[in-house]
Design a protein. Structure first.
Length: 334
């Protein structure tokens, strides 16, 4: 083969062949685009799907309650005065015999206790204030914008599951356990007005941080019960926030009890759920949950599900830090 032919082979024909081979291989190696891509493992449900989930949780809780009610009625009918079991039920019916040692050693749950006369008086005063300030939209009270629809919704004996448009639009709505819409809704070994500070706090955070519309306090109480976050006779476990957050497109992490850490998380757009022991926010050994949503030079801003008045004032860190047991920061997951 002459030198000229060799040059043609090397510089013209071989490059053409290489291009042809590359094109053919590319065609046959194309992925099958007809196969649907799998969702990532951490796929977050759309808000409308979470709304539907909450409705299903409520229906499930109601069905379980009806079934339990029928079983309890049958059991009670078999007992007669003089029976040991009957006498025990009478002795313990007011909850006064529940002891503090029912609280787990790691502080994960709190006691359910009947409200004291002092707490009943506080609630009565708060309800009176709420009625006096019955207005549409936001209320400025002690310089704090409060959105609370207690006594704005007509209540005819059935539980009201829906939230008002003002509550859904608020940056930090205040939900109260003793709101007549759900005050007597069963939760755990009592009713929401004295056992549901945990679900009510979680409800405030979900409604504030997401576009979920069905996350009312009774809905979250049903969710908590169905998923084992209520410990019978003790109270709401902290797992409601730590584990339940992912079902609502949120994340939750425990943070240190320092003013700097609290402010840093609030500056990041997060809200805080705090478990408190005896002090400014509860006068019993039962413990309590509150929400903190902001701060200024006067102190932190609190949404206390058990007190309208305590939610309408500023709280300096130095005054409340001794009340705190555990602090959780919750934010919107990406």
């Amino acid at each position: 083969m002459g030198d000229k032919k060799k040059m043609i082979m090397v510089f013209i024909i071989l490059p053409i062949l290489m291009v042809v081979v590359f094109v053919i291989s590319s065609i046959f190696s194309q992925p099958d685009t007809s196969v649907e891509e799998e969702k990532p493992a951490q796929y977050i449900l759309a808000d409308k799907d979470i709304d539907a989930m909450l409705l299903e949780e409520y229906r499930k809780a109601e069905a379980n309650r009806e079934a339990s009610k029928e079983e309890n009625v049958e059991a009670v009918q078999e007992l007669m005065p003089g029976d040991n079991e009957y006498d025990d039920m009478i002795d313990e019916s007011d909850g006064s015999s529940i002891q503090a040692d029912a609280v787990s050693e790691d502080g994960e749950v709190y006691m359910d206790e009947a409200l004291s006369p002092e707490e009943e008086a506080i609630i009565e005063k708060a309800e009176e204030n709420a009625r006096k300030n019955r207005v549409s939209g936001a209320l400025y009270y002690n310089g704090i914008q409060v959105v609370c629809s207690m006594n704005k919704v007509s209540f005819d004996g059935d539980y009201v599951l829906e939230l008002t448009s003002e509550e859904l639009a608020a940056d930090h709505p205040l939900f109260l356990q003793y709101d007549p819409r759900w005050a007597n809704y069963p939760y755990g070994s009592g009713v929401m007005r004295n056992t549901a500070c945990g679900p009510t706090c979680f409800s405030m955070v979900i409604t504030a941080l997401t576009d979920i519309t069905n996350a009312s306090p009774p809905m979250l109480a049903a969710y908590s019960s169905n998923h084992g976050h209520y410990v019978w006779g003790a109270g709401t476990a902290h797992s409601l926030f730590l584990q339940g957050c992912s079902d609502f497109g949120l994340y939750c992490s425990e943070i240190p009890n320092t003013e700097a850490d609290m402010k840093a998380h609030l500056d990041n757009g997060e809200m805080l759920i705090i478990s408190c022991h005896y002090g400014n926010f509860t006068h019993s050994g039962a413990g309590h949950f509150i929400v903190i949503y902001g701060y200024n030079n006067l102190g932190f801003m609190v949404n206390d599900p058990a007190s309208y008045d305590r939610s309408c004032q500023y709280w300096p860190f130095s005054k409340i830090t001794g009340d705190f047991n555990k602090l959780y920061a919750l934010g919107k997951a990406n």
